[in-house]
Write a protein that binds this ligand. Sequence first.
Ligand code: 3HC
Ligand code: NAI
Length: 655
Amino acid sequence: MPSPVNYTLTGDIGVITIDHPPVNALSLAVRQGIMDSLDAAAGDASRAVLIICEGRTFCAGADISEFGKPPEEPWLPAVVNRIEAFDKPVVAALHGTALGGGFEIALGAHYRCALASAKIGLPEVRLGLLPGAGGTQRTPRLAGVGAALDLMTSGVPVDAHRALAAGLIDRVFDADLADAAMAWIAELVDEDAGPRRASELPIAAHDGGIFDQYRARLAKKARGQVAPQAIVDCVEQAAMTEFADGEAFERETFMKLMAGDQSAALRHFFFAEREAAKVEGLAMGAQTRPIESVGIIGGGTMGGGIAMSFANAGFAVTLVEISDEALDRGLSIVDRNYTGSVKRGKLSEDAAAANRARIAGSTDYANLADVDLVIEAVFEDPGLKKEIFARLDGTCKPGAILATNTSYQDVDAIAAVTGRPQDVIGLHFFSPAHIMKLLEVVRGEKTADDVLATCMQLAKRLRKVPVVSGVCYGFIGNRMLRPYGKQVQLLLLEGASPGQIDAAMEGFGMAMGPLRVFDLAGLDVGYKARQALPDEMKGDPATYRVPELLVEAGRLGQKSGAGFYRYDDDGKPIPDPAVDEIIERTAQEFGIERREIGDDEIVECLLRALVDEGRKIVAEGIAQRESDIDVVYVYGYGFPAWRGGPMHYGAAAGL
Ligand code: 3HC
Ligand code: NAI
């Protein structure tokens, strides 16, 4: 096997080129190749060394697929230290995404330059880890304690200009990175600029209380997670001790995190997300259809958000509503959302205006005649949806993709009312659709491969994470929510309170407890959906009697000020004895004896419900693989990524 690292002497500059597609991850062969190149540079006439990468990016980090296996020398920290200790100046030239161990290689170099389009980051925290090749020690020495903590505890990369301003890099070039870097190195050589080692820099003065402030903030923001706290510990060590001691502490802490459940879960999730994009039986590079213009039918909660999603990604959108009044209502919500994004600093005023300008409203289906894709997002009424699809069949151009955002309905039955079922697919967005990353792509029995491939690719353009689902009631996510919701109701009847169940699940790491979720979604939604079901699909009445009684008492959830909780003016949930009374009465009605239930039992019971249904979903071929279900639950249902998703957790916990 040829080495992925090549060394050449160009004039008096030694050039180390890493070429290890797709992302130049620092696998064993790369680490060894860098060491060998440094050996060569040490013994030749080079006066300085350049480290640069081929392909789409500088190194995107350590090779994650090697994690959890026995480590093989040379280790990354040793490689970085060797670079830093080198007695000729070493320059790293960054492009693409210089991440994690990749950026740590650059931190070991004595000088750093980057293309203006490059992104620089230490995202290890997202894998439940910390920068383990000196990053926690060198970053604060270059950028200060606060900037280093922000970079490492958020894991969010910064662009080259911000990195320059923070002191993380020294030069930004607009184009021709290799040439610009070589010219800069020639200058450095002329100036006799020697090695400049980050490990030898002092740490700038900082407020001594900063570490505890970050700990407190992260305890809330990254509830339950160990890696962010460990990063704070390492930076504190950097501030308190010599580099070598801080580095040893970093290594020890890194190894502990690597051996822990949270990192195993997050690493599983990293690959799960990428695996989800792959569709069994669909050739890589399968033909796709061009999509530039999109029609959305229905400008309610979902339609408005879907329209924004497309407009924000540069698509021309036509939003069709049933009347001028409904259209005005829908567009004014879109306007309000954009104003909110500007206020929260998520979008500049200009960007918001440009995105908004891509959305045109209409009440005439004829305006959909030329669009490449239509997404129907009207009320969850199968009759209405079929009527609309029949109409689209007569309106849209041949080859247009016709999609439904239905949460539950049979996509095959909807497709069957058209003369082109091969063009019909489900695109199930999650609320708020312009924010939530999950997109369930529902493959109908007759959906054509190129339609599916187009929608998977489209998701990436929308910056969504697509997961393929087969057709069944509720697809993957909402189908699993049903047994989960039923167990919640049984736990209430058996003795747990709404507050206890929510606290137990939030303690486990769920973004929101189930009863608060039901209240937020509106109890009337489930009520109406249930009414449309035949009795055999409704299941045991004990699993829905309480929410039924709540709806009949006008308690529709947060929107009516009361559901499983009462809500104060700020929307804060308050336990309500009236609800306890309804629960107790219902338990009596079904002859259920109430008892003390522990938090652990609540968590186990509810997770079992998810895992059992998840396994059925895979067995029936509705989901392609268990890890897809994890992606659905983390991105669509607030399941903590650091638990890996319900299926990963279920397997690890032996459920
Ligand atoms: N190790 C191994 N494989 C990696 C990898 C890595 N660090 N980064 C990406 N890959 C693989 C992906 O699994 C994918 O493989 P596949 O095609 O077989 O599915 C392929 O590279 C392409 O990745 P993406 O589909 O994610 O490509 P994008 O262009 O969308 O994104 C990226 C590129 C921004 C680099 C993104 O892949 C990414 O964020 N990677 C992870 C970066 C990271 O977390 N680095 C830190 C690693 S931990 C570390 O360095 C520890 C150190 O401190 C000691
Ligand atoms: P909504 O009630 O907020 O909006 C529906 C809109 O459709 C209304 O504005 C209505 O005027 C319009 N409409 C009705 N008939 C129409 C017609 N013939 N032509 C054009 N417009 C018409 O409903 P919501 O919540 O946006 O749901 C829409 C769909 O999305 C449903 O199928 C729902 O199951 C699904 N969904 C809803 C989610 C949610 O959280 N609300 C999440 C994911 C999917």
